[in-house]
Design a protein around this ligand. Structure first.
Ligand code: GLV
Length: 327
């Protein structure tokens, strides 16, 4: 390679990560809080050796075909459904993600959504904002107790396990559905491994923690929502595509579940006029589960470390193809 390797960074990210890359490489930076337009992305990739991409970028066969020098795609996210890993592998391009560094922050937020949706936070805030708070009312905005309620975790990777610890601490009963057994956590948290349908039937709160793959797209749709208790809540901090949103809307309006909290939607962003946003029992936030200062910085620096490793001939720190996606 003549001169310094070239790295493309597709968004404004923590300056620490940019500094690490600039020290070693020629960096092209899409220095914006908006995604790089596809045409600019396609043209910038041509002479790129290392790509720091976000989950908003589609790193697909079309893009990879235009990138003869590309050696590494460092996705600044633990999920990597935006990257065609097989197409990358076929071209000898290493793909990395950011596992581990966002676990506690994301679990904290999933736990916040569990509390918020069950205790009707959106509706309560709207109540005050609309000037309807006229007195203390013993029957106003009642919700369930979570102490003693059952939380069903769909998928049991790092984040689900960290949610389980938090839920256990407030007295929730726990169940999980996963292709892998986790006997230590079952023992420690008094948690049960359950068939998917049984978990849906028995849980008071269902929280989704599976990666988005062909097998998990619309994993929760009309049939699954019907299995849930009419008093149950659904929380999605995984990927929007795991949940059939039209079916969710029907379930929320028809009362077949009590409420939902979504950190992720399909599409993202969700248009402000979207029907789900009009509902008091559907709380939607803009994909911010990992959004603490320290975690977003660490995600960016880990992505940078992966690029530095691969472009200096060392193994990636967190390659995605070294292990199957955690269910
Ligand atoms: C965010 O959704 C991530 O996958 O890190």
């Amino acid at each position: 390679m003549n001169g310094r390797a070239r790295v493309l960074v597709t968004r404004r990210v923590a300056p620490e990560a940019l500094a690490m890359l600039r020290e070693r490489f020629d960096v092209t930076h899409w220095d914006s809080s908006e995604p790089i337009p596809r045409d600019k992305f396609l043209s910038a990739i041509a002479d790129t050796d290392g790509l720091l991409a976000l989950l908003t970028e589609r790193v697909d066969a079309e893009l990879l075909a235009l990138a003869p020098r590309l050696k590494v795609v460092a996705n600044m996210a633990v999920g990597y459904d935006n990257v065609d890993v097989d197409a990358a592998r076929a071209r000898g391009v290493q793909v990395t993600n950011t596992p581990g560094v966002l676990t506690e922050t994301s679990a904290e937020f999933a736990f916040l959504l569990i509390l918020a949706v069950a205790r009707r936070l959106k509706e309560a805030m709207r109540w005050v904002e609309r000037g309807r708070w006229t007195t203390w009312d013993p029957l106003l905005l009642l919700g369930p107790d979570l102490d003693g309620a059952m939380l069903g975790l769909v998928g049991y990777g790092r984040i689900a396990a960290a949610v389980a610890r938090r839920a256990h601490a407030i007295g929730m009963h726990l169940a999980y559905h996963s292709s892998h057994a986790h006997p230590d956590d079952e023992e420690r948290l008094g948690m049960r491994r359950m068939a998917f349908d049984d978990l849906l039937r028995e849980s008071d709160v269902v929280s989704l923690h599976v990666p988005l793959t062909a097998a998990t797209r619309h994993l929760v749709a009309e049939r699954e929502l019907r299995l849930m208790k009419p008093t149950a809540y659904l929380v999605n901090t995984a990927r929007g595509g795991v949940l059939d949103q039209q079916a969710l809307y029907a379930a929320l309006v028809g009362g077949s579940i009590a409420g939902a909290a979504l950190d992720v939607t399909d599409p993202e962003p969700l248009p402000a006029e979207h029907a789900l946003l009009q509902l008091d029992n559907c709380l939607v936030v803009p994909h911010i589960a990992s959004a603490s200062v320290a975690t977003r910085t660490r995600m960016a620096t880990l992505a940078a470390e992966n690029i530095i490793a691969v472009l200096t001939g060392r193994p990636a720190l967190t390659p995605v193809d070294a292990r199957p996606p955690a269910p």
